[in-house]
Design a protein around this ligand. Structure first.
Ligand SMILES: NC(=O)c1ccc[n+]([C@@H]2O[C@H](COP(=O)([O-])OP(=O)(O)OC[C@H]3O[C@@H](n4cnc5c(N)ncnc54)[C@H](OP(=O)(O)O)[C@@H]3O)[C@@H](O)[C@H]2O)c1
Length: 276
């Protein structure tokens, strides 16, 4: 399947991508946007095979090619076997998106109560999975490849949402790892960045209890997101795809926030003082 001949400026045609956790939610939005730009996509899932098949069907509707790969990214052997399989089947790997979520609701526990097992679970599926994947793929990712880790800026930089502790500390680790990997992989022209979505509709947010989902989404619509709406998986897919473009090769080691400006709003003063 290896074919670089059709690659054109601003397009991902001829590029081969793996997006972890792309059966649903933000990962699916990323997979579809990369496919729209012409990349060939490996869709990873954990349990929801039907959703992964649906994502693949949508990739094909966009005129792109793809494959489905089941693997638990928190298990190093499953993760490295998946990377090998994708690289072998595609014949190359150019883009790796570290997106899979893990059982967030299982480790949403405040810092003074979280157990070591719960913290380890977040670690295994988030920062350890990223370490294992990047170390493994670094020997065969093609020159000028693109690696993006999906983070969450309020979780990695703030401290107010206490149950996010295990995830937030691991998101902070992911962002730091991006900076070190960026330097280590720069000689191959490979960029490594963290991309932070804001609260996104059609994602884990919609799997929370109904009242929590509605409270979070309506909060943003009130004006705490200056764009007046939550993000969508397509918004995040577009942000990730722009980092994967060939002409984004000078951006590396950065933590980039794609939240419609939500993180610009100041929690210390009433919203009415901040409206345009
Ligand atoms: N949602 C938000 O508002 C938001 C905001 C900022 C950052 N993020 C980040 O965005 C990423 C995606 O979140 P989401 O909200 O889109 O989640 P989601 O809708 O719940 O989808 C989770 C995806 O991850 C897969 N997955 C879960 N555990 C896995 C594992 N151990 N191995 C492989 N795949 C696994 C799921 O596969 P199955 O379908 O098989 O279960 C699914 O494809 C996460 O890194 C999250 O922290 C989300």
């Amino acid at each position: 399947m290896n074919d670089q001949s059709t690659n054109t400026e601003g397009s991902l045609r001829g590029k081969f991508a793996l997006v972890t956790g792309s059966s649903r939610g933000i990962g699916r939005g990323i997979a579809l946007k990369l496919a729209e730009k012409g990349a060939t996509i490996a869709i990873n899932y954990l349990k929801d095979e039907a959703a992964a098949k649906d994502t693949l069907a949508r990739v094909k509707e966009l005129g792109a090619e793809g494959m489905i790969v089941q693997a638990d990214v928190s298990k190093p052997k499953e993760l490295t076997d998946m990377l090998n399989r994708v690289n072998d089947d595609f014949g190359a790997l150019d883009i790796f998106i570290n997106n899979a979520l893990g059982d967030l609701l299982g480790f949403m526990v405040p810092p003074l109560q979280v157990s070591l097992e719960q913290w380890d679970e977040a670690f295994h599926v988030q920062s350890r999975a990223f370490l294992v994947a990047v170390q493994h793929l670094s020997s065969y990712m093609r020159n000028n490849g693109r690696i993006v880790a999906i983070s969450y800026w309020p979780g990695s930089h703030l401290g107010g949402f206490l149950p996010y502790f295990a995830m937030g500390t691991n998101k902070a680790a992911l962002e730091a790892m991006c900076r070190y990997f960026a330097v280590a992989l720069a000689p191959k022209g490979i960029t490594v960045n963290a991309l932070c979505p804001g609260i996104t509709d059609d994602s884990i947010v919609n799997s929370l209890p109904k009242e929590a989902t509605e409270a979070m989404l309506s909060w943003l619509k009130q004006g705490w997101n200056p764009m007046g709406r939550p993000g969508t998986p397509a918004d995040i897919g577009a942000a990730v795809a722009s980092l994967c473009n060939e002409d984004a090769g000078w951006i590396t080691g950065q933590t980039i926030v794609a939240d419609g400006g939500a993180s610009l709003m100041c929690p210390e003063v009433p919203l009415d003082f901040q409206r345009p």
